[in-house]
Design a protein around this ligand. Structure first.
Ligand SMILES: Cc1cc2nc3c(=O)[nH]c(=O)nc-3n(C[C@H](O)[C@H](O)[C@H](O)COP(=O)(O)O)c2cc1C
Length: 168
């Protein structure tokens, strides 16, 4: 069972520069659309960004976003607040989509890194402006994705002391 993509996935920040094919991009996006959402609102929207001007503008407000520059491509997951049934659930919905795609990316033997956006207001504002996002579309998180140029061993963070049953 140790080869499950959910167990071997790591954050990859170095990429070969080889362009991601549209077919692979589509495979990844399908995993986003397969993710769970509260009340099945499917409130996510996915913005594929490979315009280096936009990725560089984002770098100005987020110095740990270099994986996006190295990958040359990012998938920004946004939430449509008009579709939200319960306030605040959009964040979990978008996070689930991101994680589903990260696992699919691992299965496809590609590399990816989650790049944080929400709740940082500067990062959100730059993306809202450069991508012309409508008022009700909120950027939650970016995935830098591409062909990996580094390998990482699976993490070994299992800690039974952090597992509780029927209380603390
Ligand atoms: C909400 C969130 C935001 C993150 N933001 C960034 C980021 O902006 N830049 C980055 O290089 N890594 C980012 N990461 C990746 C974490 O640094 C990484 O998951 C963590 O160090 C554990 O390493 P692993 O993913 O290889 O297991 C983020 C992860 C999460 C879940």
């Amino acid at each position: 069972m140790a080869n499950s993509a959910s167990l071997t996935r790591r954050s990859i920040r170095k990429f070969t520069g080889e362009k991601l094919s549209e077919a692979l991009l589509d495979e990844i996006l399908k995993a986003g659309f397969a993710s769970p959402t509260a009340k099945n609102t499917q409130l996510w929207e996915f913005v594929v960004v490979d315009d280096m001007n936009i990725l560089n503008a984002f770098k100005e407000v987020h110095r740990f976003s270099m994986p996006l520059i190295h990958a040359g491509l990012g998938i920004l997951v946004c939430g449509d607040l008009n579709k939200e049934e319960h306030e605040g659930y959009w964040i979990g919905d978008c996070a689930a989509a991101i994680q589903n795609m990260l696992i699919r990316i691992e299965e496809l033997e590609l590399g990816a890194c989650w790049i944080g956006v929400y709740p940082n207001e500067d990062r959100m504002a730059v993306l809202e402006k450069t991508l012309n996002l409508p008022e009700h579309i909120k950027p939650m998180g970016f995935i830098a994705v591409g062909h990996p140029d580094e390998k990482k061993a699976p993490s070994d963070r299992y800690d039974p002391e952090k597992v509780h049953r029927n209380g603390w």
